[in-house]
Ligand binder design. Structure first.
Ligand SMILES: CC(C)(COP(=O)(O)OP(=O)(O)OC[C@H]1O[C@@H](n2cnc3c(N)ncnc32)[C@H](O)[C@@H]1OP(=O)(O)O)[C@@H](O)C(=O)NCCC(=O)NCCS
Length: 155
């Protein structure tokens, strides 16, 4: 299986991120939102390039030991090749290195692929936000991941 290298993205990569946004989402972030977020260090973006073209990215925040996955997307031609899995694994590694306690994300109820991905990483559904998405009133499912180490009892 191919090994995908991921790296932090910066302002120069935002055009590529916007291209993926257009291909992957019905409701999209604007270029200004990405630039502001990077400028204020509100979130970080990891990406995977293939022959110089950005083919997947994940945006996440890690503030006060709480992580949030804000967006994750893979170019339609590159799906089911493990790119999102690689990105998410890297985010969770960073979280563990930086002593995160818990992580959250929201996902559309109908997004079975993304839900399967998150559940494989141990995210557990902890709530529902009814009619959350304004484009079609779809519910958002709220998922949580607990980073606290498993403490084993006495032998
Ligand atoms: C969700 C998304 C990011 C997955 O990206 P990807 O690079 O194709 O995912 P991976 O190849 O790493 O898949 C890892 C696992 O996720 C699950 N998965 C991913 N896509 C799936 C699909 N269409 N159906 C079912 N399971 C899926 C599977 O468990 C998969 O493991 P497997 O291939 O061994 O079965 C991608 O489909 C996408 O960009 N969708 C549009 C944007 C989006 O919905 N983002 C999520 C917002 S919450």
């Amino acid at each position: 299986m191919q090994t995908w290298n991921c790296e932090f993205l910066g302002v120069d990569d935002i055009a590529g991120v916007m291209d993926l946004e257009r291909m992957c989402f019905r409701t999209r972030w604007t270029r200004e939102q990405f630039l502001l977020g990077l400028d204020r260090r509100a979130f970080r973006i990891l990406g995977i390039h293939e022959r110089g073209v950005l083919v997947a990215y994940v945006a996440f925040s890690l503030i006060a030991q709480e992580m949030e996955i804000m967006n994750i997307a893979t170019h339609p031609f590159y799906r089911r090749k493990g790119l999102a899995r690689r990105l998410l694994a890297e985010v969770l590694n960073i979280c563990r290195c930086e002593n995160a306690l818990q992580g959250f994300l929201e996902v559309r109820r109908s997004n079975v692929g993304a839900i399967d991905l998150y559940e494989k990483f141990g995210f557990i559904q902890v709530g529902t936000r009814k009619n959350y998405y304004p484009d079609n009133n779809e519910d958002a499912l709220l998922y949580r991941l607990d980073f606290s180490p498993i403490v084993s009892g006495p032998a």
